[in-house]
Design a protein around this ligand. Structure first.
Ligand SMILES: NC(=O)c1ccc[n+]([C@@H]2O[C@H](COP(=O)([O-])OP(=O)(O)OC[C@H]3O[C@@H](n4cnc5c(N)ncnc54)[C@H](O)[C@@H]3O)[C@@H](O)[C@H]2O)c1
Length: 355
């Protein structure tokens, strides 16, 4: 692997990422991952290239792949660069085989790889991986970054901003007074609501949790329970777009069939699953069911995703030092200290993430 090629590519990146930069300087000196075999499975984007650099400089033997989701393509310039640099890259999950020390995973796809064995531990990046990893029978450490306030920071700021940026770039430049139904008022949903309301959209929030529906109502949004009801169907059919951010696979199909939803209602995915179900063909959904922000050159701005990418990498050290057995949250020393450092560095009030 020609690390200098990757470094030249990364040096052209425009954006601020102090946490990963610190990791690069530190790990280039200390080499804590010398010879450690890492299987890296997250969406392959320009930002991911910045995340890979400290892993290589830390001495890791990295196999890079790309998150396997409908409609989600790796960024071609990243694939080309990694190939030119001689990185170990395999985009087809079925062709990945062998023994690795650590899986840096997203959506719990590594445990489903039949010919892959992980010997030291797993780090899961997102909510959609939680059901699999929390039930995985292993004594190896598994860190779920979803169980952290740091992940709220990404969702409520980064993903929300990215969703609205993508809607404006690919769907409509003017969101003012548009009726939008939003499924899910968790980390990602609240972020989307925050940025959509700043655009003047007219929002209806749908969730299964009464306390979340109450907080949506007190934030000034209409709120409806996620159940098969005439009110919900009317809200959907009276809307410009319906956005999904629940992590619940096949949710729309479980409530309404495609024939019940008006053809002119845009269906948008922001979750990391197919939240529509097989009854809804990919072409019925904007971006063929891919999370909409992944159409952007920067699916989540580095400014927002830098701390969580850093934490994902840093968990390797926790695993190598023995780690906690089984499924657990992001280690505390990587959670609030990073949230606070980010908030102080940029002078941004993050109190909304404590819900
Ligand atoms: N597009 C991106 O860049 C991006 C970034 C981070 C996370 N994600 C994905 O977004 C999805 C949501 O993640 P999150 O972190 O907000 O999760 P979360 O657990 O914080 O929130 C999910 C919300 O959905 C609600 N919900 C669950 N089942 C529901 C149902 N049947 N109907 C309506 N609401 C329901 C929950 O009550 C909760 O409020 C996941 O798939 C996650 O992996 C995407």
């Amino acid at each position: 692997m020609d690390i200098q090629k990757l470094q030249r590519f990364n040096s052209a990146y425009v954006g601020d990422f102090p946490f990963l930069k610190d990791l690069v300087s530190e790990w280039a000196q200390t080499r804590p991952l010398e010879g450690i075999r890492i299987l890296h499975n997250i969406p392959l984007t320009r930002e991911t290239m910045l995340k890979l650099e400290p892993l290589y400089l830390g001495g890791a033997d990295v196999t890079v792949t790309h998150l396997d989701l409908p409609g989600l393509e790796p960024k071609p310039e990243c694939v080309n660069l990694l190939e030119e640099a001689g990185a170990t890259l395999e985009l087809n999950h079925r062709r990945i085989s062998g023994t690795f020390d650590i899986a840096l995973d997203c959506c719990a796809q590594v445990p489903a790889m039949e010919n892959v064995r992980i010997e030291r531990g797993y780090v899961e990046l997102t909510q959609s991986g939680t059901p699999v990893y929390s039930n995985l029978e292993t004594d190896l450490p598994i860190y779920s970054l979803d169980l952290s306030k740091l992940k709220c920071l990404e969702g409520m700021f980064g993903t929300g901003e990215a969703c609205v940026r993508a809607l404006k770039q690919f769907v409509t430049p003017d969101l003012k007074d548009r009726k939008i139904v939003l499924f899910g008022y968790g980390k990602v949903g609240r972020g989307i609501a925050r940025y959509l309301s700043a655009e003047g959209a007219n929002l209806t929030v749908v969730d299964i949790r009464d306390d979340y529906l109450e907080s949506a109502a007190s934030a000034g949004f209409s709120a409806l329970r996620s159940t098969r009801s005439p009110e919900l169907l009317d809200a959907i059919n009276g809307s410009y777009a319906v956005i999904f951010a629940t992590g619940f696979s096949g949710l729309l199909q479980s409530l309404f069939s495609p024939s019940e939803i008006n053809d002119d209602v845009l269906l948008v995915n922001m979750g990391a699953d197919d939240e529509f179900g097989d009854d809804y063909p990919p072409e019925r959904v904007v971006a063929n069911k891919a999370p909409l922000n992944f159409l952007l050159d920067s699916p989540t701005t580095m400014f927002f995703i830098d701390p969580i990418f850093t934490a994902h990498n840093r968990c390797c050290e926790n695993i190598l030092s023995g780690g906690t057995q089984g499924f657990s949250a992001l280690p505390a020393e990587l959670d609030l200290p990073l949230v606070n450092a980010w908030s102080q560095r940029y002078g941004i009030d993050v109190s909304d993430i404590y819900f």
